[in-house]
Design a protein around this ligand. Structure first.
Ligand SMILES: Nc1ncnc2c1ncn2[C@@H]1O[C@H](COP(=O)(O)OP(=O)(O)OP(=O)(O)O)[C@@H](O)[C@H]1O
Length: 309
């Protein structure tokens, strides 16, 4: 495989404020690569550097072998880009915007464009100012996909989309990969990138903390399960089960809150021994995961491993 994106020690400061520091990674042609990090981590800054909307203070990056700053015009021909925030003329309709982008790029396959509009259930007849955040996101996704670019660079593509549209978006991304093309997408939600990405880079505080296969990130995959029982159940029943890191007994012992790493199988089987009234599962935010379990360099906090049985 050859790298389509090569990022080499990129650094960007905003005056005295940090943007990103010494970021290096590679994205191979034909993969779906997730760029994961909590809010303010530096995802948008990295993407804006790749798109030559910002100039790096240090370091270099290449897309398809082209320098991101010197050859940005050639790069734009290869890329479909979804910015974090779209700023569009509020008086134009969605359809007019798509037509405008289509003319700029030329050679748009109109039947593919119609298909994208239908798949995301997008109404192109309304004016930009009438669109909700979700609808603007759909418009941004369609314009990024419609010319079948070799590389898609998508900044938080699914934020504001409802679950059905999100599933459709995941299918669209999978099709791009099957087509041998590449997707680079950012997100702050682990489960979102899990659906589509084969590899991810995790950025925090402007620095990369990990790059790896999605399957190697099991240690950051955590769930908070709250189980309510018909009668009190001792927390000890769950301590020491596979994946259980912490058990808290709430109120009068009828409800237990468990922090589970990886599969919840052992917990569910144990819970089934008792009479269960309700169960909720909640995925903590990346920031929560980092705060609770990790030092700033992404290494597991020692006390956290003590909590694990
Ligand atoms: N124009 C700017 N001026 C000053 N600081 C900025 C500017 N843009 C970003 N920053 C700072 O750079 C850091 C990285 O921000 P960035 O927007 O790249 O993060 P992000 O991971 O994309 O987060 P989000 O998901 O919230 O957009 C943050 O500390 C942010 O406050």
């Amino acid at each position: 495989m050859t790298a389509i994106i090569e990022v080499d020690h990129l650094t960007k400061r905003y005056g005295s404020k940090r943007g990103i520091t010494d970021v290096s990674f590679q994205v191979e042609e034909g993969e779906v690569f997730g760029f994961l990090g909590p809010n303010g981590a530096g995802k948008t800054t990295t993407i804006r550097l790749l798109m030559a909307l910002l100039r790096a203070d240090a370091g270099t990056a290449r897309i398809a072998g082209l320098d991101i700053w010197q050859q940005s015009v050639e790069i734009k021909r290869l890329v479909g880009y979804l910015p974090g925030e779209l700023s569009l003329d509020p008086n134009l309709t969605g359809g007019q915007i798509l037509q405008y982008f289509g003319h700029l790029r030329g050679g748009i396959d109109q039947s593919y464009l119609k298909q994208l509009i239908a798949r995301l259930d997008f109404d192109p007849t309304r004016k930009i100012r009438q669109y909700s955040t979700g609808n603007k996101r759909k418009l941004g996704i369609i314009q990024a996909f419609m010319h079948r670019p070799r590389l898609l660079i998508l900044d938080e593509p699914t934020s504001g989309l409802d679950p059905l549209n999100q599933q459709e978006f995941d299918r669209m991304v999978t099709e791009v990969r099957e087509d041998g093309r590449t997707v680079f997408l950012s997100s702050h939600i682990l489960t979102e990138v899990e659906q589509t990405c084969n590899r991810v880079a995790i950025i925090r505080g402007g620095q990369l903390v990990r790059v790896g296969l999605i399957n190697d990130l099991k240690d950051i995959k955590r769930h908070e399960l709250t189980i309510t029982f018909a009668s009190p159940v001792p927390a000890e029943a769950f301590k020491g089960l596979a994946g259980v890191e912490q058990v808290e007994s709430l109120t009068d012992g009828h409800t237990l809150r468990l922090f589970v790493q990886g599969q919840a199988d052992a917990v569910i089987k144990e819970a089934a021994q008792f009479s269960v009234i309700g169960l909720t599962s909640h995925e903590p935010s990346l920031e929560d995961i980092f705060m609770r379990y990790y030092e700033s360099d992404g290494q597991a906090v020692k006390e956290a491993s003590h909590v694990v049985h």
